[in-house]
Design a protein around this ligand. Structure first.
Ligand code: UDP
Length: 382
């Protein structure tokens, strides 16, 4: 099948990293069209996936935008829509991986008479999106998409609650290659040495720096943990959240955590860094649509504590294959971290179970088969 994938981002967030795994089996015939240039393009190229930057003009719609700005930006999208519609005629279907890609892909699918697939990586709730944005996304999906792939039960439920059609919606989790998470001991030791982590109990946080990702919750928890507990914050402000970055640095100073927190910025060696940790913390204060980092930590054989909400609830059974803590409650998080520090045997057994379950449940080959099967139902030529 020839697929035209569309994604609005030039930077590799979770949805984009997921798209690399989905597009790979189609690399000989597909094209990924991006609405911005950046390091995501390089990642696709490294993976030998054909990519084209379809526009370099910034698209102004923000998550919280109003109807006027929302509609105004559709006008601004017209040249891009025409380009996508022309391109789409060479493909069997359009696969929109983000919300702006959905809007563009919806009209282009109508013009080019190609079926539209929408991969929903978001929770369409008021915590994440304005009512206008939710309405535009749901209307575009309901009217134009033949298939909506929700990345979790939580994303599906929010879509339906926002008025989305149940009859076209299927759940497919993100896929991972467990082999990518088997790391070389030497490389991991080097990281611990270089970052001066030896002798410390290291809690890792792997996420872009954004208020709802809750890095501040981890810092507040850390201040309530024994002195040997330290944290590495891996990730950057991908979408301009510079105020929050400064806020985090100020919090480190206020809480006197200068010697216990390291900001590592965006990194590509996630498996090695995760393996260098004693515990991985996920602290989102709003429901997480899926939570790739949770599965990645499990695949690295590391214990993980996640905020009990959204997709995280589908990934972790508390005390069985990981830990859950109430979102936005640093004290509770501190208790879990301290319990992991004090019960290393029990914690390791839980992490082992997490690794076994995750490598079966999220195996990329199985996940890609599920997607291929759903796509085969679109009734397009193979
Ligand atoms: N990630 C990365 N480098 C970083 C921080 C994060 O490659 O410095 C990856 C992380 O390993 C995960 C993805 O970014 O695969 C984030 O996905 P997640 O579902 O956790 O959150 P999202 O970005 O989709 O909100």
């Amino acid at each position: 099948m020839k697929i035209l994938f569309l994604d609005q981002s030039g930077k590799p967030g979770g949805a984009e990293l997921c798209l690399i795994d989905i597009a790979k089996p189609y690399q000989d015939t597909c094209l990924v069209g991006l609405f911005a240039d950046g390091s995501f393009r390089s990642l696709l190229e490294e993976n030998h996936i054909p990519v084209q930057i379809l526009t370099t003009q910034a698209i102004q719609v923000r998550k919280e935008s109003s109807l006027i700005t929302g509609l105004g930006s559709i006008g601004q999208l017209l040249p891009l829509i025409v380009k996508v519609a022309q391109l789409a005629r060479k493909y069997d279907c359009i696969y929109a991986n983000t919300q702006k890609a959905l809007v563009v892909g919806a009209i282009a699918s109508f013009l080019s008479r190609r079926p539209l697939v929408y991969h929903l990586h978001d929770i369409l709730s008021s915590e994440h999106f304005s009512q206008t944005n939710r309405r535009i996304a749901v209307t575009a999906a309901n009217r134009f998409a033949s298939l909506v792939i929700a990345n979790s039960q939580a994303s599906k439920i929010a879509f339906l609650e926002a008025g989305g059609r149940a009859d076209i919606t299927e759940i497919v989790y993100n896929g991972f290659n467990p082999k990518n998470y088997q790391t070389d001991k030497f490389a991991v030791n080097q990281i611990r040495e270089k970052l001066e982590l030896n002798g410390k109990f290291v809690v890792g946080h792997f996420s872009r720096l954004a208020p709802w990702k809750g890095q501040h919750i981890l810092l507040e928890a850390l201040a309530q943990c024994p002195e040997q507990v330290t944290a590495i914050l891996v990730g950057d402000a991908l979408f301009g959240e510079q105020d929050y970055v400064q806020q985090l640095h100020r919090l480190v100073t206020t809480l006197k955590l200068e010697n216990r927190v390291k900001f590592l910025g965006f990194r590509s060696d996630i498996p090695q860094l995760m393996t260098a940790c004693d515990l991985v913390a996920h602290t989102s204060t709003a429901p997480e649509p899926f939570g790739r980092v949770i599965v990645e930590a499990m695949l690295c054989g590391k214990p993980v504590v996640a905020a009990a909400s959204g997709g995280a609830m589908e990934l972790i059974e508390h005390g069985i294959n990981g830990f859950l803590a109430t979102p936005g409650k640093p004290q509770e998080l501190a208790q879990v971290i301290t319990a992991c520090l004090n019960n290393s045997h029990e914690t390791a057994a839980i992490a082992n179970r997490g690794q076994t379950v995750a490598s079966q449940r999220f195996d990329v080959d199985n996940i890609n088969k599920q997607i291929a099967q759903l796509l085969s139902r679109l009734g397009t030529k193979a």
